[in-house]
Design a binder for this molecule. Structure first.
Ligand SMILES: Nc1ncnc2c1ncn2[C@@H]1O[C@H](COP(=O)(O)OP(=O)(O)O)[C@@H](O)[C@H]1O
Ligand SMILES: O=C(CO)[C@@H](O)[C@@H](O)COP(=O)(O)O
Length: 551
């Protein structure tokens, strides 16, 4: 029997799953939480600075795969044929001529600017704005395939910001690399930034790569943006590769580290959301919502049907970014479950402080675990009325429609009777309104949505959130059965890259997740939410127009 491994680098942890490529059975999995990231090292949330140390990734890769393989017999291990990796993105980092991230070199070991700049880092808002202004007056609008607005979450904004603020990085950063490309390259032993195979998904959605531009934006565009970018285009890449392609064969060093055969094929890397959509059996005109810390909303359609459209305000339309040969479209919300995490922290921090002062700190961990489910239970008992609190989901800025990471969240309609459950309910509704706005944008732009599928931590863990989402969007939502859909999707990609299946369709048929729940909209709630959704749009319009933007 052939087996494959999918490795999914999420925001907080990395997960590896071992899948039987014939039956789709998940034999084993392993999880590793990033050690340095967990302590908050190299991050400054107040400034939206979020950096990850490459050692967290290397340790996570080894630990998660080893831990999965501990559960299976040597016969199974001997039949492992492929490994593919997905990561968050855009999560780029500076590398030297050998493709070594600068933070792995002693002078930069503790320099956040030598590390990977996590997708949710918004320190480059100013640079994103400059890219947009220049692109919109250039003869070719390089933003046209990424919704017309470049984001501070993406590749060029982050590179430019880093080069501007840190002189020490400038001579040392020979090139830049996305997390998904680097880890896949590490596994093959060839991290040469000039020859390793770069992911189409990362390049097309985040780096303004397009076949029409003959690759990345022109040297003239980049140097007009800032002379600090001179020459970098030639040290990046011109060609890109879809996730059905092999990146290479595993190096002897990594075969030994992971305990897998030296014949294992490493697939070209990709993003968590895109591979997650594959794991959830995405098909034409299905919207797959990856609902976790943030959301990614993945929509796929035949290029011949929608390739002529330029869809405004989304995170890109890229040929082959999800499934080779199809147009992959991405949108999303920069914070979804993160809103709930923020609210529980808000409640817990002072309570934990008091408990600690009173010598009862041992109570804190169980409070931490119980609080979200408790709030959801309380909120689910509340009626919905047109005078309810209305909140905005922009606590981490707005990713789509129309990226603007200077925007902030808001809570409106509080009175002295407003309880924690009322506020929590409004935050859950706000995330659902943001989701509805994205779906409406696709439809307004001419891309129909025929079904909605949800995957990710929130989709699996919270019936309350999912029912609210179905009510607000007024569509049935199917939830994929797998707890590890992104890693499973990576395993599907590995099966194709390793030649076990010739196409994604065949690999998905055998290996993609089934569905185990459907949330059906409740008609009376749906009509109440139509009214509240209008108030959400008005509140959003007011905040965007009247509140001065802050970095
Ligand atoms: N019971 C719950 N109800 C609602 N949200 C939850 C619950 N448990 C966890 N979450 C949210 O899930 C998010 C993490 O999602 P997950 O998919 O596991 O991780 P990631 O986004 O890093 O891949 C967190 O933001 C957290 O607030
Ligand atoms: O933006 C993308 C992909 O394009 C994601 O990697 C990013 O939202 C992070 O996803 P998670 O919230 O960690 O699931």
């Amino acid at each position: 029997m052939p087996y494959v491994i999918g490795v999914d680098f999420g925001t907080d942890s990395v997960r590896a799953v071992l899948v039987n490529a014939e039956t789709g059975d998940e034999l084993a999995s392993g999880v590793h939480e990033y050690v340095r990231w967990k302590t908050g090292a190299y991050c400054d949330p107040a400034r939206s600075q979020f950096r990850q140390h490459p050692l967290d990734y290397l340790e996570g890769l080894e630990q998660s795969v080893r831990s999965a393989l501990r559960a299976v017999s040597p016969d199974v291990i001997a039949d492992i044929r492929g490994i593919s990796v997905d990561t968050t993105g855009s999560t780029p980092g500076p590398v030297d001529e050998n493709g070594t991230p600068l933070a792995l070199l002693p002078p930069f070991a503790d320099n956040p600017n030598g590390m990977f700049i996590l997708w949710k880092d918004h320190t480059a808002n100013q640079e994103a704005e400059e890219i947009n202004q220049l692109a919109h007056r250039w003869n070719t609008d390089f933003t046209k395939y990424v919704g017309g607005i470049y984001s501070s979450e993406w590749f060029w904004s982050k590179i430019l910001r880093t080069l501007r603020v840190d002189e020490s990085i400038r001579p040392a950063a020979f090139s830049w690399i996305e997390h998904c490309d680097w880890i896949s390259a590490v596994l093959t032993g060839n991290t040469n930034p000039l020859t390793l195979k770069r992911s189409r998904t990362a390049a097309g959605h985040k780096a303004l790569w397009h076949a029409e531009f003959d690759g990345l934006p022109s040297e003239e565009f980049l140097t007009t943006l800032d002379p600090l970018l001179a020459g970098l285009r030639d040290r990046l890449f011109r060609h890109t590769y879809t996730s059905d392609e092999p990146m290479g064969t595993i190096s002897a060093e990594w075969a030994e580290k992971l305990g897998v055969p030296t014949t294992v094929v490493i697939g070209v890397g990709g993003f968590d959301a895109h591979m997650g959509a594959v794991g959830a059996n995405i098909e034409s005109y299905a919207l797959v919502k990856v609902i976790g810390t943030s959301t990614c909303d993945m929509l796929m359609a035949p290029s011949e049907d929608v390739g002529h459209l330029l869809i405004r305000g989304i995170c890109g339309q890229v040929d082959g970014s999800i499934v080779p040969g199809m147009l992959g479209m991405e949108a999303g919300q920069s914070a979804f479950g993160d809103l709930y995490a923020w609210f529980t922290r808000l409640i817990l921090e002072p309570v934990a402080g008091v408990l600690t002062q009173q010598g009862q700190a041992s109570l804190i961990p169980s409070l931490q675990t119980a609080l979200l489910p408790y709030l959801a239970e309380q909120a689910s008992q509340l009626p919905v009325s047109e005078t309810d609190i209305v909140s905005l989901d922009w606590l981490n800025g707005r990713r789509t429609p129309d990226a603007n990471h200077t925007l902030k969240g808001a809570i409106s309609g509080l009175n002295l009777g407003s309880s924690a459950a009322h506020v929590f309910k409004s935050l859950v509704e706000a995330t659902a309104y943001g989701a509805r706005r994205i779906a409406e944008r696709f439809v307004e732009e001419g891309v129909p949505i025929q079904q909605v599928i949800a995957i990710g931590g929130v989709a699996r863990k919270s019936a309350f959130v999912m029912q609210t989402l179905a009510d607000v969007m007024n569509v049935p939502i199917k939830v994929a059965e797998s707890d590890q859909c992104c890693a499973r999707g990576a395993a599907v990609c590995a099966a194709v890259a390793a030649g076990i299946y010739p196409t994604f369709a065949e690999a998905q048929k055998a290996m993609a997740s089934a569905f185990d729940a459907v949330y059906t909209p409740r008609p009376e709630r749906a009509s109440e939410y139509d009214v509240l959704y209008e108030r959400y749009l008005s509140l959003g319009g007011f905040i965007e127009k009247k509140m001065p933007p802050t970095p």
